[in-house]
Design a protein around this ligand. Structure first.
Ligand code: FE
Length: 199
């Protein structure tokens, strides 16, 4: 059935994070993330009855719905990975397979951190640690918006949200301070579960 995506509850307390406030997480999870789930459902239901005969590349209701479907589906999926990856202490335990692979593919944990931080400063949407199934390598990819910059076949392991709504309540325009706080809260066991599922 179309339009039946469910909001995933936060897998830790709203006030559990270090340097990211309860209010920030409430705005982000309960309003922004929920908005993507709700709108994806609304779009899917409208696609059930849209006039397909009128589809046109310049303008049509079908085109608008399909464009916004990828925006909202990607927004929903990336936020679920984002929230699921937090709630930890940021420690990159070298016994984890994903950490070993980061060292192999980026040279060192420090090199990866420098690159994901640069990616987070340069992006307008997301900095993503991905397992690229095309050639079996870890890469950081930069995504503007939610659906603009994705690479086919790359599986997102860790999603760093750099939309202003992710940090302005707490850090204002100081995005680097937010990136530091975010990396302190990563649960690398969760990232490793996704790596071992797909790699
Ligand atoms: Fe967000």
């Amino acid at each position: 059935m179309a339009g039946e995506h469910q909001l995933k509850e936060l897998p830790y307390a709203y006030d559990a994070l270090d340097g990211i406030s309860e209010q920030q997480i409430r705005y982000h999870h309960d309003i922004h993330y929920k908005g993507y789930v709700d709108k994806r459902n609304e779009i899917e239901k409208k696609l059930d009855t849209v006039d397909r005969e009128a589809a046109h590349q310049n303008y049509s209701e079908y085109r608008d719905l399909k464009k916004e479907e990828t925006f909202n589906a990607s927004g929903m999926i990336l936020h679920e990975i984002y929230f699921d990856s937090l709630g930890g202490n940021g420690q990159m335990d070298e016994s984890l397979a994903v950490v070993k692979r980061i060292k192999q593919d980026f040279g060192s944990v420090e090199a990866w951190r420098a690159d994901i931080t640069a990616c987070g400063k340069a992006a307008r949407g997301w900095a993503l640690l991905c397992w690229d199934t095309n050639d079996q390598k870890l890469r950081n990819y930069l995504v503007d918006s939610h659906h603009d910059g994705g690479v086919w076949g790359a599986v997102v392991l860790l999603a760093v949200d750099v939309w202003e709504h992710a940090y302005y309540h707490d850090q204002g325009p100081k995005r680097p301070a937010y990136l530091e706080a975010l990396l302190r809260n990563i649960n690398w066991n969760k990232v490793n579960v996704r790596f071992e599922k797909f790699a």
